[in-house]
Ligand binder design. Structure first.
Ligand SMILES: [Zn+2]
Length: 310
C-alpha cells in the first residue's frame, strides 16, 4: 500500500552514504525474511532498501577494461572499483539489470581474480573476489568460437584481474530449466546442435553466484543462474594458441598482446581457488586449506576450522 512507503525518503547520491544506509537494511531484511508479524516496519525497510539499492547501482559507471579480439571495440563494464565493500561484490546478491551499452555484441561474460590487500576492507556482506591469480575456464575458452582477454585494474587497494570472454559468432544464449540443477540455467548453444541442452552451461559472473547475459535488443545485462567450472592457472599455452590476449596494467589504449615472454600475468604467486570474504574479517577458499585473518596471516587451518564447527 502506498501509505506504507517512505515517500519523503531521498536516497543519498554518494557511494559511502548509500552503503552506510543500505547495509543495515539488508541485514535487517535477511534477519526478518519470512518472519510473521513483521508487517509495516518490514515493508518500510524493504521499500527504503529498494530505493538505496537502485541508487547505488545507478551510480556505477562502465569501466573500460578490455578490447574485443574480434571487432577491436573497447569494452566497458558497469562495476564497483571503489572497493569490495560495495554491493556489486555481494556474492549471494542477484544484481539488477545493468547497462551493457558499452559492450560489443561478441561479449560473453566477465570472470576475474583478485590479489587482496591487507588489512581487508571491512564489509558485512559475503564477498567473492575470485582466486588470487588470473585463470581461464577451459570449458569456455576451448570452444572454437571463444577468445578471452586478461587485464588488471585497482579495486580499492586490491589488484583485480578482469577476464573477459568473447564469442566470434553472435552468442546464442538460451535460458532452459535444468532438472539436475533445479533452476533456470543459461546455455551457450552451439549453432549446429539440434538440442539446446547440448550447449555449454554458463558459469556465474565475477563476484556473484549468478550469470549475466547481454540482451542484444535492450543492451541490458540480465541475471540468470550459473554453475561454476574448474579454472586453469597455466595461461601460457592459451596465449600461445591464440585464445587468450593480455593488456598491460595502466594501458588506457587497452592494446591486445599475444606474446608470452613479457606477459605480466604468468606464474604469479597466490591462492589458486576462489576467495570468499566472510564477516569482513576472514576469508576461506574452495578446498578450505586455511582461513586467514584480516592481516593476511593464517588464522585457522582447515582441521582447526572443522573441529570448531562441531
Ligand atoms: Zn566485438
Amino acid at each position: 500500500m502506498m501509505s506504507k512507503q517512505p515517500t519523503s525518503f531521498n536516497p543519498p547520491t554518494d557511494r559511502q552514504s548509500l552503503l552506510d544506509q543500505c547495509k543495515p537494511i539488508i541485514l535487517y531484511l535477511e534477519q526478518h525474511f519470512g518472519c510473521k508479524g513483521t508487517g509495516e516496519p518490514y515493508e518500510i525497510q524493504l521499500e527504503k532498501g529498494r530505493q538505496l539499492y537502485k541508487q547505488y547501482y545507478d551510480t556505477l559507471r562502465p569501466v573500460p577494461l578490455s578490447r574485443c579480439p574480434y571487432c577491436g571495440q573497447i569494452n566497458a563494464f558497469p562495476m564497483d572499483i571503489e572497493g569490495i565493500d560495495g554491493l556489486w561484490w555481494c556474492y549471494a546478491d542477484k544484481r539488477p539489470a545493468l547497462d551493457g551499452s558499452q559492450l560489443c555484441s561478441h561479449f560473453l561474460t566477465l570472470l576475474g581474480a583478485m590479489k587482496l590487500h591487507y588489512p581487508l576492507h571491512h564489509s558485512e556482506l559475503q564477498v567473492e573476489a575470485g582466486p588470487e591469480v588470473p585463470f581461464v575456464v577451459p570449458k569456455l575458452i576451448e570452444s572454437e568460437f571463444v577468445q578471452a582477454t586478461v587485464s588488471s585494474v585497482p579495486v580499492g587497494k586490491n589488484t583485480a584481474y578482469p577476464i573477459f570472454y568473447y564469442s566470434e559468432v553472435k552468442p546464442d544464449l538460451r535460458f532452459i530449466y535444468d532438472r539436475s540443477w533445479e533452476g533456470t540455467l543459461c546455455y551457450l548453444h552451439p549453432l549446429d546442435a539440434p538440442n539446446p541442452e547440448e550447449g555449454l552451461k554458463m558459469p556465474p559472473m565475477w563476484g556473484s553466484e549468478y550469470y549475466m547475459r547481454l540482451d542484444e535488443k535492450t543492451k541490458m545485462l540480465l541475471a540468470a543462474e550459473g554453475i561454476p567450472y574448474e579454472g586453469d592457472f597455466d595461461l601460457a599455452p592459451w596465449i600461445q594458441t591464440g585464445k587468450l590476449w593480455w593488456i598491460s596494467s595502466e594501458d588506457e589504449s587497452l592494446e591486445l598482446h599475444n606474446t608470452v615472454d613479457d606477459c605480466p600475468y604468468l606464474n604469479l604467486p597466490g591462492i589458486r581457488a576462489t576467495q570468499y570474504i566472510v564477516d569482513g574479517t576472514n576469508r576461506y577458499h574452495e578446498g578450505r586449506e586455511a582461513l586467514y585473518s584480516n592481516d593476511g596471516k593464517i588464522w585457522m587451518t582447515e582441521e582447526e576450522f572443522d573441529s570448531s564447527q562441531t
